[in-house]
Design a protein around this ligand. Structure first.
Ligand code: AMP
Ligand code: GLY
Length: 420
């Protein structure tokens, strides 16, 4: 099969790495890709938000199957465009991608499916939003309705912070994403991510992970896209995963079918767990980044078969063969991230690192210039290792981190601390 992956992050590097191990892959192209991906696959410089351009590329290059990595092209309907042109695609329709693109939509569908989640209100006027804050009181969570690159959520510990957040959202701090606002009950507990594949009807769990959202050790400092992850997440026991499947995920997927917008692709459920009970924090309609990197490390070549089965309605025939092991990834970011950071600093020492089924450095914001690898983004490398225990995976990952010579970069030194 000729396979095209859309995206350019560490997530897409790990998807490419797993796909290439599968004998069904004859040719792999990633668009637009990055310097790490370019070492293992062809990269194509096309606009992945433009369905017509992606279709023309697929026709010209005899592509048989497309995997869409990020949420933006999904929300923009690129999967619909491709399916409309007759291509097999892994990724939901724009209508189903509303599960990530609109927080109000997700809350409403959870209510229809009786899926446990935070109590909420949905507001289109400033005055109503302020009145709800006054009535409920802090702590309370204020969310811009639309896609805001993970930045549209403010956890207000005081009423003052909550009013300020409401004011900012209605003043346009998040552009169109904030013209509608969801205000939620603050949920306490431990967060974990649950990943399932869905083929419209059937749901197949493919793993659990925990992210580290804050920039600093001990979960301090501002939120980021994620500074590291590990899989499995011990807090998501089989019993809790079973409750999440039966009470949250399957009823929501059934509701999507009932509405005529069945979901197909990977569904990433962010769960808050307290006293053995999971509640939904959010859905994402794509793999997490960096959670994907640890899932791919553990799934290997079968990841491609599973994604292809989801895209072609054959999930009920599939089983996941889990290795009884652990994977952990450390994100190396440019100094200054998630604030402003310098671009173009040089990274050395990567060529001597092992690249095998237990150790991989997945690239995110990198480019290759005159043979040197330079940092072009905030999150730049995902140093990833597998081990028999989580501790073992952690030690291997940090041993690789310590061999990387990048004065312009930094990482957290405590990835995995919650489980260890
Ligand atoms: P989201 O963009 O919805 O994932 O929110 C970002 C982060 O904010 C989540 O991963 C949680 O850590 C936190 N969060 C969101 N909603 C709530 C809530 N209702 N209660 C507590 N924490 C929340
Ligand atoms: N790492 C969090 C996310 O991908 O949304």
């Amino acid at each position: 099969m000729n396979i095209l992956i859309l995206g350019s992050g560490g997530r897409e590097h790990s998807l490419a790495w797993a796909t290439l191990q599968n004998p069904k892959c004859d040719k792999l192209i990633v668009a637009p890709g990055n310097a790490g991906i370019a070492k293992i696959a062809d990269c194509a410089d096309i606009d992945i938000m433009d369905g017509a351009e992606v279709i023309a590329f697929c026709e010209a290059n005899s592509v048989d199957f497309i995997i869409i990595g990020p949420e933006a092209p999904l929300a923009a309907g690129v999967a619909d465009d491709l399916r409309g042109a007759g291509f097999a695609v892994f990724g939901p329709s724009a209508a189903a991608a509303e599960l990530e693109a609109s927080k109000a939509f997700t809350k409403e569908i959870c209510a229809a499916a009786s899926a446990p989640t935070a109590a909420y209100g949905h507001f289109t006027t400033h005055a109503d939003a302020r009145a709800y804050v006054t009535a409920q009181g802090a702590p309370i969570v204020i969310k811009a309705d639309g896609l805001a690159a993970g930045k549209g959520v403010i956890i207000a510990m005081t009423d003052e912070e909550a009013f300020k957040a409401v004011d900012e959202m209605f003043d346009g701090a998040f552009g169109d994403a904030g013209t509608e606002v969801v205000i939620e009950e603050f949920m306490e507990g431990e967060e974990a991510s649950f990943f399932v594949l869905v083929d419209g009807e059937d749901v197949l769990p493919i793993g659990t992970a925990q992210d580290h959202k804050r920039v600093g050790d001990g979960d301090t400092g501002p939120n980021t896209g994620g500074m590291g992850a590990y899989s499995p997440a011990p807090v998501l026991t089989d019993a809790i995963a079973g409750i999440a499947l039966n009470d949250i995920i399957r009823p929501t997927m059934a509701e999507m079918v009932r509405r005529g917008t069945p979901y197909q692709g990977v569904l990433y459920a962010g769960l808050m767990i307290k006293d053995g009970q999971p509640r939904l924090v959010e859905y994402n309609v794509r793999f997490g980044d960096p959670e994907c990197q640890v899932l791919m490390m553990r799934l290997g070549a079968q990841a491609f078969d599973l994604m292809h089965a989801a895209a072609t309605g054959r999930l009920s025939d599939m089983r996941v063969n889990w290795a009884a092991d652990h994977a952990l990834t450390v994100v190396m970011a440019a100094k200054g991230y998630p604030g402003s950071y310098d671009k173009g600093s040089e990274i050395n020492g990567l060529d001597v690192l092992p690249e095998d089924s237990k150790n991989m450095v997945f690239h995110a914001g990198t480019s290759a210039q005159n043979g040197a690898i330079t940092a072009t983004g905030g999150r730049v490398l995902n140093v990833t290792a597998r081990g028999d225990t989580l501790k073992d995976a952690q030690e291997r990952a940090y041993a690789m981190v310590d061999q990387i010579d990048w004065p312009g970069g930094f990482c957290r030194r405590d990835i995995g601390w919650r489980a260890l």
